[in-house]
Design a protein around this ligand. Structure first.
Ligand code: C2E
Ligand code: CA
Ligand code: CA
Length: 677
C-alpha cells in the first residue's frame, strides 16, 4: 500500500502495480476521505485526467468538471458522506464526448460508523453500452443517434443512417454545431412543406420549452427519398437536470411503415363510434363469401336530439347506438357507420324472419337506450335488400337506401324490402337526374303562375311561381314527381335559383310592358336553405336584373323552418335584404304554435288540409282562431287549396287576407297569366 503525506496527515493509495494494471484496461482509481473532504488521485489518474494529486475542493474538481452533468458526481460524494456504502453514476465528458462510470465504495469506517475512507474507480464504458443506453432512452430503434452537448454546441455521432451519412458526410466528419447540422439536414432531406416547422420544432429554443416539464419530445416530419415521401420521427431526450438543457440525445428514424399502418387503420375507423366506417364495411363485404341481406338504417328526427341535447350528447347517442348494433351482430354479420345517423348492416342469412327479428331486438335496445340517456326516442327505420357475393356494395347500399327512403315519412312501418318496382323507379329517377341539366338549359322547365286573390274585393293581389317539367312528348311532369328527388340529391338548389331568376326576369318584362305589378312568390326548399350564401346570391340576382326584392317574396315550408337551427339568423338576413318571408304549408304535418311566434315571417300560408276542415264545426273554430292568432301576431294570412265558394265565403268572414286555389284559378302558363295583369 502506497503512503502519501498531505497537510501533515498520512493517506494511502493502492500499489503502483495495481494502478498500472487497472489503467491498462481503462480503469483509474482514487481514494476519497469524506471526513477530511479530500480526494487523492492515483498517479495514473492524474496523468490521464489531469489535475492535482490531492483535491480539496469537492464541488469543483477535475472529475466533477469533466462531466457534463456535474451534479451527478457531486451528489455521489454527498451520498457517501450521508452514509451510503456504495454509490455510482454514469456520465458523459465534455471533452471527448465519451461515457464513463464512476463508482465510490466505503472501505473504512470509524467507531461511530461514519465513513473514513472510500475507494473510487472511474472506467470508460464501452461504446455499445452507451449506444444501448441511448436507444433505451429513445425508446425504440432509431436509425441515427446523436449525443448533443448543448453547452459547448457539439454533436457526437453514435450511429448514423447510411443515407444521412452519404448526404451530409463531409459535415459529419467535421461535426458542426447542432443547429447548423439540423439546418443542413432539413434543407437537404425534409420536404419543402415541413421545413419551416421542422426547424422550429427542433430548435434549442423550442426544445428548452418542451423540456420544462418533461424529458422527452418527439416530432414527426416527412422527407423525400428514392422518389417517395417517407414519414420520419425525431426524438429528443434530455439528459440534463430537469428543467435545464445542457445535453440531450437525439434520434432520427423512418417510421413510414408504422405511419402507414396507422393511417390505414384510421381510414377504416369511424371517428364518432370508434367502430368500422363505410370504407371498412365495404372492404369486408367484398370479401364475404356468403349471401344475405344488406340493411340501411336511419333514425327518425335525429336532428332533434342534436338540437335539444347538444352535439356532444348526439355523438354519445351515436356511439351507444353503434354498441346496440354490435350486440345484434351474429356469426358472419358485419356493420358500419356511414355518417350522421346512418348505419349499414349485413346480415348473414337469407331468412327474412331472422332479419326482422334482429331488427326488432335492435329497435327495443334503442328504446331502452333513449330512456337511459334521457333523450327523445331513437326510432330507427330500415331499408333492406338482398346481397350476393359479386354484387356491387354501393349498388346494394343504394337499393337498401331507396327502400328506406320510401318509408322515411311514415310512422306506421319501420322496415321496407327493396322490390322489382323499386328498380324501375330507381332507373326512372336516374334518367331524370341525367336529363336535368340539359333540359334546364333547353328551357324545358317552365314556371307557371297561380294567382292569389283578395276575398274582400276579389282583386288579383299576388301570385306564386310553380315549376313544371315539359317532357319531350310535350306533356307536363308535376313537381310532386321530381321535387322530392331533387331535394334528396341537391339539384333543387339549381332549380330554385332558376325559378327565382325567371320570375325576376318576368317581373321586369311585365313592368316594361306597362302591366300591373304584383308580388310573385317563389319556393325555397330546405336544401337551398343550408347554404348561408343563399341570401346574398338571391339579392345580387334581383339587383342585377333590377327587381325590387319586395316583389319576390320567399316561401319556406314550415317543417324546413323548424328543422333549420339558423332560421332566425337566416330570416333576419332575408329581411334586411328586403325579401318578405312566407311560412308555406302551415298545418300540414307537424305544426306548432311556436312557428307563429317565431317572428321570422310576414305571411302565413294555410295548407289545403286545414282549409278542407271548412264545413266542419270544430274545424272551422280551429281555423278561425288560428287566423285570429296569426293576425294578432302581425302576420298576413293566405289560404291555399281553396276550391269552393263556401270556403271563400268562410275565409272572407274570418278576415283572411288572400286566397290561392282552383276556385279562382289553377296555376297558369306565363302567356295566360300575364293577361290577368
Ligand atoms: P306548394 O308550394 O304548396 O304549392 C301549391 C301546390 O298546390 C301547387 O301544386 C298547386 O298547383 C296546388 N294547388 C293550388 N291550388 C289548389 C287547389 O285548389 N286544389 C288542389 N288540389 N291543389 C292546389 P304543384 O304546382 O303541383 O306544386 C307542388 C309542390 O311542389 C309545391 O307545393 C312546392 O312544394 C313544390 N314546388 C313547386 N315549384 C317549386 C319550386 O320552384 N321550388 C321548390 N323548391 N318547390 C316547388
Ligand atoms: Ca309554395
Ligand atoms: Ca303550400
Amino acid at each position: 500500500m502506497g503512503k502519501k503525506v498531505f497537510n501533515g496527515k498520512c493517506y494511502f493509495e493502492p500499489e503502483v502495480e495495481t494502478q498500472a494494471a487497472l489503467a491498462s484496461v481503462g480503469i483509474y482509481t482514487f481514494r476519497y476521505y469524506p471526513q477530511d473532504k479530500i480526494i487523492m488521485s492515483s498517479d495514473y489518474a492524474v496523468v490521464y485526467f489531469g489535475g492535482e494529486k490531492f483535491i480539496t475542493d469537492l464541488k469543483n474538481n477535475v472529475y466533477v468538471n469533466m462531466a457534463l452533468e456535474k451534479g451527478k458526481i457531486q451528489s455521489l460524494f454527498e451520498k457517501i458522506e450521508n452514509g451510503s456504502q456504495k454509490a455510482s453514476t454514469k456520465f458523459f465528458t465534455k471533452e471527448k464526448g465519451r461515457a464513463y462510470k464512476i463508482t465510490v465504495s466505503v472501505l473504512e469506517k470509524d467507531d461511530l460508523g461514519k465513513p473514513v475512507m472510500a475507494a473510487g474507480v472511474i472506467e470508460s464504458i464501452d461504446k455499445d453500452i452507451r449506444q444501448k443506453e441511448m436507444i433505451y432512452a429513445l425508446g425504440s430503434n432509431f436509425n441515427s443517434i446523436y449525443y448533443i452537448d448543448v453547452d459547448n454546441d457539439k454533436v457526437y455521432v453514435y450511429t448514423v443512417n447510411s443515407a444521412v451519412e452519404s448526404m451530409i458526410g463531409e459535415k459529419l466528419r467535421s461535426i458542426p454545431g447542432y443547429e447548423d447540422l439540423m439546418a443542413d439536414y432539413v434543407k437537404k432531406t425534409v420536404i419543402a412543406d415541413d421545413r419551416e416547422t421542422m426547424l422550429y420544432e427542433t430548435s434549442l429554443d423550442n426544445l428548452r420549452r418542451q423540456f420544462q416539464n418533461k424529458n422527452a419530445y418527439q416530432y414527426d416530419y416527412r422527407i423525400f427519398r428514392d422518389g417517395k415521401i417517407k414519414h420520419c420521427r425525431a426524438k429528443f431526450v434530455n439528459v440534463s437536470k430537469k428543467g435545464c438543457l445542457h445535453a440531450m440525445i437525439a434520434g432520427f428514424s423512418d417510421v413510414s411503415s408504422e405511419k402507414e399502418r396507422e393511417l390505414e387503420r384510421m381510414a377504416y375507423v369511424d371517428r364518432v363510434t370508434g367502430g368500422p366506417n363505410y370504407e371498412s364495411f365495404k372492404k369486408k363485404l367484398r370479401d364475404m363469401p356468403s349471401s344475405g341481406y344488406m340493411i340501411s338504417m336511419d333514425v327518425h328526427s335525429f336532428k332533434i336530439i342534436n338540437s335539444i341535447c347538444g352535439v356532444t350528447k348526439g355523438d354519445e347517442t351515436l356511439k351507444e347506438t353503434w354498441k346496440c348494433i354490435e350486440k345484434v351482430l351474429y356469426d358472419g354479420d358485419i356493420a358500419g357507420h356511414i355518417n350522421a345517423d346512418r348505419f349499414v348492416i349485413f346480415s348473414n342469412t337469407f331468412d327474412e324472419s331472422k332479419v326482422c327479428s334482429k331488427l326488432n331486438i335492435l329497435k327495443d335496445d334503442l328504446r331502452v337506450l333513449s330512456e337511459n340517456l334521457k333523450i327523445p326516442s331513437v326510432i330507427p327505420y330500415f331499408g333492406i335488400t338482398k346481397w350476393n357475393p359479386g354484387k356491387k356494395v354501393e349498388e346494394a347500399y343504394s337499393e337498401a337506401n331507396f327502400a328506406k327512403n320510401r318509408i322515411k315519412d311514415r310512422k306506421d312501418v319501420d322496415s321496407q324490402f327493396y322490390s322489382e318496382a323499386d328498380t324501375k323507379k330507381m332507373l326512372e329517377e336516374k334518367a331524370m337526374e341525367d336529363a336535368f341539366l340539359d333540359d334546364l338549359q333547353k328551357g324545358r322547365f317552365e314556371v307557371w303562375y297561380q294567382p292569389k286573390y283578395s276575398p274582400e274585393d276579389e282583386k288579383l293581389i299576388g301570385a306564386e311561381g310553380l315549376i313544371r317539367w315539359r317532357l319531350k312528348d310535350g306533356s307536363l311532369m308535376s313537381p310532386a314527381k321530381f321535387i322530392p328527388l331533387f331535394e334528396r340529391d341537391g339539384l333543387i338548389r339549381i332549380l330554385d335559383e332558376y325559378v327565382f331568376r325567371d320570375v325576376c326576369n318576368k317581373q321586369m318584362e311585365w313592368k316594361r310592358k306597362g302591366l300591373g305589378v304584383i308580388p310573385v312568390s317563389i319556393n325555397l326548399s330546405r336544401a337551398s336553405l343550408y347554404f348561408e350564401s343563399v341570401v346574398k346570391q338571391y339579392h345580387s340576382i334581383a339587383s342585377e336584373i333590377g327587381v325590387d326584392t319586395e316583389l319576390v317574396p320567399i316561401e319556406i315550408t314550415e317543417s324546413a323552418a323548424i328543422d333549420n337551427e339558423n332560421i332566425k339568423a337566416l330570416a333576419d338576413r332575408f329581411h334586411s335584404n328586403g325579401f318578405p318571408l312566407m311560412v308555406d304549408d302551415f298545418g300540414a304535418g307537424y305544426s306548432s304554435l311556436a312557428t307563429l311566434n317565431m317572428k321570422c315571417f310576414d305571411t302565413l300560408k294555410i295548407d289545403k288540409s286545414l282549409i278542407d276542415y271548412i264545413g266542419d264545426f270544430s274545424g272551422e273554430k280551429l281555423l278561425e282562431h288560428t287566423i285570429a292568432l296569426a293576425k294578432d301576431l302581425g302576420l298576413n294570412v293566405t289560404a291555399e287549396g281553396v276550391e269552393t265558394e263556401e270556403q271563400v265565403d268562410f275565409l272572407r268572414k274570418i278576415n283572411c287576407d288572400s286566397i290561392q286555389g282552383y276556385y279562382y284559378s289553377k296555376p297558369l302558363p306565363e302567356q295566360e297569366f300575364k293577361k290577368l295583369l
